[in-house]
Design a protein around this ligand. Sequence first.
Ligand code: PEP
Ligand code: MN
Length: 338
Amino acid sequence: MIIKFREGTEQKDIAELKAKLRADGFELHESVGETYTILGLIGDTSKLDPNSFYAYSFIDSVVRIQEPYKKVNRKFKLDDTIVDVGGVKIGGNNVVLIAGPCAIETPAQIDLITHLVQDAGAKVIRGGAFKPRTSPYSFQGLGIEGLELLNTVRQKYHIPVASEIMSTEDLPYFIKYVDLIQVGARNMQNFALLKELGKIKKPILLKRGLANTIEEWLMSAEYILSGGNENVILCERGIRTFETSTRNTLDISSVAVIKRLTHLPIIIDPSHAAGRWEYIESLSKAAIAAGADGLIIEVHPEPEKALSDGQQSLKPERFADLVKKLRRVAEAVDRTLE
Ligand code: PEP
Ligand code: MN
């Protein structure tokens, strides 16, 4: 349930009503806008009569929230959430580029890519250390050693880093070495993992599951926020459809839907959506034009030798060329891509 106060309501009136609702057992979520304040109620509101609030002269409106997600709901928070990833702000008017290899392979590989994509305009480096591979015979990632290599470039180049977590037991290493913890598509509904990530404050990049609805995706985000971690960025990476000419189908409409339903930022992963490097440019331009807050793109110096996802990885020079084009798209839709 959302309670909207009239413009100019006195603080003491808001405080009194809050104290009463708290005493009645509700969890409260206050959002202060420029002209008015709203109060979100979480709990069993079924016994509350919305009309009873109109007895107070300072109440503007009271509405029930139909959606099962509360804290991520746009109706609960007036302003867009801006997530600070090691000093890089994701959300608001910025378009942020995250780039790097699918998997960290060697010290030289991650060092070279970091240097090249940072020069080209990437503000966060991605690099997988724990890889969720379909085949147990495929390269599984360097594990903790990979995170240590990521930490080395993070310190050398003063740039935040993102990496995927697969198990709660690795969380202490992620807290130490990683600025943005990625939950991969295959783990979007790993509720035990989501609960643990709710207990920390590090930013979480929550990818959409391969075959999950937007509502299911938002319920997964709700797990993290309800645990106390409000630093969540959503990532659309394409979903399974009957189409086989791309690896997944990029659901570009999710950007528009997400912007309406939630205050959380959303970025697009054109690499896993397309599955082929030739399509990255088109999907990236579309993502920015549609209103995405950023992109996460796979880049490898020698894609033909990559241990994972080479077919969808851009060479660094192609990435640099792409960034120039994307700056013009961002400018055309009044966004800032530094
Ligand atoms: C990845 O980012 O390399 C990855 C495995 O992505 P997804 O979880 O979207 O498949
Ligand atoms: Mn990949």
